[in-house]
Design a protein around this ligand. Structure first.
Ligand code: NAP
Length: 260
C-alpha cells in the first residue's frame, strides 16, 4: 500500500462503520496519512478494539447512523475529542438480499435507513464544520449496486443508487465552498459481508467454499474479490490534495465489472 505520509495531518475524519472491514482499512490508512480518526459503529467493543491500536490518534464512538439523535450525540463526542470534522467517510452499510416479491416493508425500510438516510444524517452532522473551515471531504461508500442493477437485492440497489444521487446533488451544492463529495463503488470485497454470504451459499446449497466463492468472483473480470485496502487507497486519495478537482464522481473499484 502506498502511503504519502502527513498529507492529512491535523485533519479530523469520522469513519462510520469504521470498526471492521472496509471501514477499518480506511481508518488505518487515514491515520497513516496523518489524520486523527473517530471510529463510529453500533458495537462499542468493535470500535474500541480498533481505537486501542492507536489511542492517541483514534477515538471510538457508538451510534446507529439511521437515528438522528444518536448521530448528533456521537458527532458531538467526536468534536470534543479531535475538534471540527473536515473529513467524513460514510461507510456504514448493510446488504440484505431477497426476491423482490418477498421484500417486505421492514427489509426495504432497513436498507434505505442504514445505507441512504444514515449517509444523509451523518453528512448533515459534519457539513457545518466543513463549511466553517471552507474545506471538507465527504466520501460515500456506495457499491457497484449504486451504478447498475443486480437481481435479488432491489432494496440495497435502490438505496445505493440513492447514495450516488445524493453524492451528485451535494457535490454541486457545495462546489464553491471548498468541499468535495464523491462516492466509491466497490465490487465484491473480501470482508465479513461477503464471507457471511459465502457461508450462506454453502449452507443453503451444499456447495464447497471454492464453488461458493466462485459465484462472487465470476462477475469480476479480474476473477477475484476486491481487497479492503484497495478500496481504502481510493478513499484516501479522494481525501488528499491531489483530488481537489474531483467532485460528484462515483469511482468503481471492481476489477472492471462496471464501466461508466
Ligand atoms: P462489514 O464488514 O459488515 O461492515 C459494516 C460496518 O457498518 C460495520 O462496522 C457495522 O458496525 C457498521 N454498521 C452497520 N449498520 C450500522 C448502523 N445502522 N449504524 C452504524 N454502523 C453500522 O461490511 P463492509 O464489507 O466493510 O462494508 C462497508 C461498506 O461497503 C458498506 O456500506 C457496504 O454496503 C459497502 N460495500 C461492501 C461490499 C463488499 O463486497 N464487502 C461491496 C460494495 C459495497 P456495527 O455492526 O458495529 O454497527
Amino acid at each position: 500500500m502506498h502511503v504519502a505520509a502527513n498529507t492529512l495531518q491535523s485533519r479530523h475524519a469520522v469513519v462510520t462503520g469504521g470498526g471492521q472491514g472496509i471501514g477499518a482499512a480506511v481508518t488505518r490508512l487515514l491515520v497513516a496519512h496523518g489524520a486523527n480518526v473517530t471510529v463510529l459503529g453500533r458495537k462499542l467493543e468493535t470500535v474500541q478494539a480498533l481505537a486501542a491500536e492507536q489511542p492517541e490518534r483514534m477515538h471510538a464512538v457508538t451510534a446507529d447512523v439511521s437515528d438522528a439523535d444518536q448521530v448528533q450525540a456521537a458527532f458531538a463526542s467526536a468534536r470534543q475529542r479531535f475538534g471540527p470534522i473536515t473529513i467524513l467517510i460514510n461507510n456504514a452499510g448493510q446488504a440484505s438480499s431477497a426476491p423482490f416479491l418477498k421484500t417486505d416493508a421492514t427489509l426495504w425500510s432497513q436498507m434505505l435507513a442504514v445505507n441512504l438516510t444514515g449517509t444523509m444524517l451523518c453528512t448533515q452532522a459534519a457539513a457545518p464544520d466543513m463549511l466553517a473551515a471552507q474545506w471538507g471531504r465527504v466520501v460515500n461508500i456506495a457499491s457497484t449496486a449504486g451504478l447498475t442493477g443486480y437481481a435479488y437485492v432491489a432494496a440495497y440497489c435502490a438505496a445505493k443508487h440513492g447514495v450516488v444521487g445524493l453524492t451528485r446533488a451535494l457535490a454541486l451544492e457545495f462546489a464553491k465552498k471548498g468541499l468535495t463529495v464523491n462516492a466509491v463503488c466497490p465490487g465484491y470485497t473480501e470482508t465479513d459481508i461477503v464471507r457471511d454470504s459465502i457461508a450462506n451459499v454453502m449452507a443453503k446449497t451444499g456447495r464447497t467454499e471454492e464453488q461458493a466463492r466462485a459465484e462472487f468472483t465470476a462477475g469480476n473480470p479480474q476473477g477475484r474479490l476486491v481487497q479492503a485496502d484497495e478500496v481504502a487507497d481510493t478513499v484516501a486519495w479522494l481525501c488528499g490534495p491531489a483530488a481537489s478537482a474531483i467532485t460528484g464522481q462515483s469511482i468503481a473499484v471492481c476489477g472492471g465489472e462496471v464501466m461508466q
